[in-house]
Design a protein around this ligand. Structure first.
Ligand SMILES: Nc1ncnc2c1ncn2[C@@H]1O[C@H](COP(=O)(O)OP(=O)(O)OP(=O)(O)O)[C@@H](O)[C@H]1O
Length: 210
């Protein structure tokens, strides 16, 4: 299995109860899994644990046979090679599309950067928008750029937290189909969090109810 999460448990420091108890999940390479559950069920917390933004109280997390967390080991978030897309796009407002997309791309030469930029912008059909700023784009376009930015460093795993919740109903349907195409084209192994069963059905290969 490409992603293995075993017996994960977690409690926020100031909380009385455990938010995550003995959570387990296995994902095949290239599979898109949706975590579906109501508000407060712990969806975002699970993504924070996988990305390393919170430290679990117990369990194991492995991606592609690399241990990201167990009782002896904690890999820092920036070393995990995990891409994230959030509901609020979180593009840097003072940076052009080009700068936003290349932000997380490491030490590669100029030509390689241009190649990556063209490749991911082509993928999300936004090649003409390199020099635009986020406020000059529609909500759906900003979300496509957020996905291009997450994909540019070639992450081993992509986490998407309610990526459609800011979009109106028509756009939402369109974007989720586009995203599914993009994830499948890039063979991206992905975990996608939502409280909306239609989102989950449209995008995911498999739905996990929390
Ligand atoms: N920083 C924090 N400190 C203490 N408790 C927290 C913190 N963040 C979240 N929680 C609690 O942990 C539980 C799970 O929250 P989480 O955000 O993971 O839920 P969710 O399923 O993503 O909800 P939503 O769909 O509303 O975003 C909730 O009871 C929440 O109140």
């Amino acid at each position: 299995m490409y992603v293995v999460i075993k017996d994960l448990s977690f409690k926020y420091k100031n909380a009385k109860e455990y938010q995550i108890k003995n959570f387990g999940l296995e994902i095949e390479k290239g599979e898109i899994v949706a975590l579906l559950g109501p508000s407060g069920s712990g969806k975002s917390t699970i993504l924070r644990l996988i990305s390393g933004l919170e430290v679990p109280n117990g369990g194991e997390i492995l991606v592609n046979n690399n241990i990201l967390y167990n009782k002896d080991k904690f890999i820092e978030p920036e070393k995990r090679g995990i891409g994230m897309v959030f509901q609020d796009y979180a593009l840097f407002p003072h940076m052009t599309v080009e700068k936003n997309v290349l932000f997380g791309v490491g030490n590669v030469d100029k030509n390689e950067k241009q190649r990556i930029l063209d490749e991911v912008l082509e993928l999300v059909d936004m090649k003409e928008y390199k020099k635009r700023y986020p406020h000059e784009l529609s909500g759906g376009q900003q979300q496509r750029i957020a996905i291009a930015r997450a994909l540019a460093p070639k992450p081993s795993l992509l986490l998407l937290d309610e990526p459609f919740s800011n979009l109106d109903a028509d756009l939402r349907k369109k974007i989720r189909n586009e995203i599914k195409d993009i994830l499948k084209k890039t063979h991206s192994t992905s975990i996608f969090v939502t409280h909306d069963i239609e989102d989950a059905k449209d995008v995911a290969d498999r739905i996990i109810n929390l």
